[in-house]
Structures are given as structure tokens and as C-alpha cells.
Design a protein around this ligand. Structure first.
Ligand code: ADP
Ligand code: MG
Length: 237
């Protein structure tokens, strides 16, 4: 493990248990992701991408193996500690946005700040600043059902960024968006990466993955290939 690796995975296995049946999904994943990398995670439906992302996001723990996040062993943590890591270190963006429908854009973005114990005035300043950054400064009082899909995803991105996490994870963030809106959302991820963040993003689409600098392909719970984008372009040429 190099000292500046954000994510270090060693023989990660994950099974789901349905009754007494074991469904092995991740079958021994080894990988390092370093500070300010921009990684696209690809692979067929059912290959384990979301299972891996949920684990990277401390939403779930592996059945066995080691996950070191910024030098801390996350794989053995109890729920309370996992929640703390999630709130402090990770920004997660989902395909379905996962906004709270009764809350305004501003209130949604402020939720992680409440968990972080930040006072009302600072919450307001930070949340509005983040909404401005994603181009939604004028719509902070709107609720999700008064916003388009692309606007909802911008709110979700602002929420993911508001605690200044070291790692941004996004599971098919453009999966519910049209092509034009997807390009706009990918521009925001490009800016997030350019400002020094580490980004891991799942996508089905090669066009979207081409925004990343490194492409990791999963197949049936194992890493099938792991290439920098320059390498993969060379292969095609
Ligand atoms: P992907 O995101 O690559 O499509 P997933 O990680 O969602 O793949 O799923 C991998 C496999 O694990 C699939 O066979 C899926 O049905 C199964 N699976 C995912 N989540 C669960 C769960 N909570 N319980 C049981 N099986 C699951
Ligand atoms: Mg998935």
C-alpha cells in the first residue's frame, strides 16, 4: 500500500445469504485507488458493481478481506463508526438521486451538515454556496418534485460535496438522465476531479467512462481489466 492510497482493497469477498443459500458476488478484489484519481467502474449488469460501490461507500461491509480507507481499516468497523466515516470522508451520488421529497433543495444539501453538528448559519452559507457551484443557486427553495431529473442530480451532487469529503462515489449517476443532461452532469464531475477530489463512478456507457482517467472492468465478481484511459485508446488505435 502506497502511503497516499485513498482506497486499498485486499482479497475483498462479499456474499449475500438468502436463507441458507450463499450467493458469492465479489470473489477476491484487489485494488488501490490513489489521491485525485478519476476511475470509471464498468461491467455487465449483475457483475457486482453496486455491491462494490456500497462497500467502498461504507454502506456495507465485506464478508472477508480488507478495506483500508485513508489509512483506516473500514472492513471491521461497527455501524456507528461506519456512519461517522460515511459522513466525514465520503460523498455518495445515486442513480435515483435519493433526495428527501419533503425537503427543499437547500434542506437536502444541509442534511450532512446537521449530522456533522454544524450550526444553522454556517449550514445555510455552505449549502447555498454548494448549490451555486452546481448551478442551482436560484432554486434552493424548490422541492425535488419541482425540479427536473438533471436538477435533482445537481442537488444530490451538492449534498455529496458539502462536507468536503476526500472520496466521491457515484453509482450510475447519469443512468436516469437524457444525453444532453448527462453531459452537463459529467462536466460537474470533471470539475470535482479537477479541484483535487478522488472520484469513482459506475457507468454502462463507454462515452461516459471516457471522461475518467482509468477504467476498471468487473466480470462475475472479479476485476477483468484495469487500464488508464490513454492505454485503452492505444489499444483501439
Ligand atoms: P451490478 O451493480 O453490477 O448490476 P449488483 O452488485 O447490484 O450488480 O448485484 C450483483 C449480484 O448480487 C446480483 O446477482 C444481485 O442480484 C445480487 N444482489 C445484489 N444486492 C443483493 C442483496 N441485497 N441481497 C441479495 N442479493 C443481492
Ligand atoms: Mg448496479
Amino acid at each position: 500500500m502506497r502511503p497516499h492510497s485513498v482506497i486499498h482493497l485486499e482479497e475483498i469477498r462479499k456474499s449475500y445469504f438468502i436463507g441458507s443459500n450463499e450467493l458469492p458476488v465479489l470473489k477476491g478484489i484487489n485494488m488501490d485507488i490513489f489521491k485525485n484519481e478519476y476511475v470509471a467502474l464498468m461491467g455487465p449488469s449483475g457483475s457486482g458493481k453496486s455491491t462494490l460501490m456500497n462497500m467502498l461507500g461504507a454502506l456495507d461491509t465485506p464478508t472477508s478481506g480488507k478495506y483500508i480507507l485513508n489509512g483506516h481499516d473500514v472492513s471491521q468497523m461497527e455501524d456507528d463508526d461506519l456512519a461517522r466515516v460515511r459522513n466525514k470522508e465520503i460523498g455518495f451520488v445515486f442513480q435515483q438521486f435519493n433526495l428527501m421529497p419533503r425537503l427543499t433543495a437547500y434542506e437536502n444539501v444541509a442534511v450532512p451538515l446537521i449530522y456533522a453538528g454544524i450550526g444553522k448559519k454556517e449550514r445555510e452559507e455552505k449549502a447555498i454556496y454548494m448549490l451555486e457551484k452546481v448551478g442551482l443557486g436560484q432554486r434552493y427553495k424548490h422541492k425535488p418534485n419541482e425540479l427536473s431529473g438533471g436538477q435533482c442530480q445537481r442537488v444530490a451532487i451538492a449534498r455529496a460535496l458539502v462536507n468536503d469529503p476526500s472520496l466521491i462515489l457515484a453509482d450510475e449517476p447519469t443512468g436516469n438522465l437524457d444525453t444532453k443532461t448527462s453531459v452537463e452532469i459529467m462536466e460537474i464531475f470533471g470539475q470535482i476531479h479537477a479541484s483535487g477530489n478522488t472520484v469513482v463512478l459506475v457507468t454502462h456507457e463507454e462515452d461516459i467512462a471516457a471522461h475518467a482517467r482509468r477504467i476498471v472492468r468487473l466480470r462475475d465478481g472479479l476485476i477483468e481489466s484495469d487500464k488508464s484511459v490513454e492505454d485503452s485508446l492505444l489499444v483501439k488505435a
